[in-house]
Design a protein. Structure first.
Length: 180
């Protein structure tokens, strides 16, 4: 299990467009495992590679018990409906805003077996996938907010960060859950 450090708002890596992976190799598979481990350690439902400082088009989403989604070179090929809901981000802790997203999507992605596949998604799963693909494009959820709301949230973020330096958050392994 490898839990990586998270890049926080202010890190230039979060604003870079990630590079295509192309062929999945051992390094990509290891990156996917690290993404799931890091996401779990910070109680997230999605994580993109640039959030751990790797500018590759790889992200993971886990919104339901048995439904772990791996996104490698993802592209949304169908969108329908609109849904507005509150979003947050592991890279901007404790900051939330209402974002409009497509209610239903189909994403085309490369599997760990190097096959292009399509994954339909709706509700929270569709929202999380869109959020992570935005990350791969250097876009944050706050970019979808009105200028006024964005300024308010950035002011809150700066106040929360007062006295702190750097844009890296160190994480520890998630504690194994014990029954009972």
């Amino acid at each position: 299990m490898t839990v990586r450090s998270l890049h926080l708002l202010g890190s230039p890596t979060l604003r870079e467009r990630s590079v295509e992976v192309g062929t999945v190799d051992e390094g990509t598979i290891a990156l996917v495992k690290d993404l799931f481990d890091t996401m779990k350690a910070d109680n997230g439902i999605g994580l993109a590679a640039n959030q751990i400082g790797v500018t590759r088009r790889v992200a993971v989403v886990h919104t339901e018990d048995d439904d772990q989604i791996v996104l490698i070179d993802p592209e949304i090929v169908e969108r329908s409906g609109t849904d507005r809901s509150e979003e947050g981000c592991l890279s901007i802790p404790d900051v939330f805003g209402d974002v409009d997203r497509a209610a239903r999507i189909v994403v085309e992605t490369t599997s760990l077996g190097n096959e292009r596949i399509r994954i339909p998604a709706e509700a929270l799963k569709a929202r999380a996938i869109q959020h992570e693909i935005d990350h791969l494009d250097g876009v944050l959820f706050i970019d979808h907010l009105s200028p006024l709301k964005r300024r308010m949230l950035l002011k809150k973020w700066k106040k929360m960060r007062k006295g702190k330096t750097g844009f890296i958050k160190e994480l520890r392994e998630a504690e194994p859950s014990t029954p009972g």
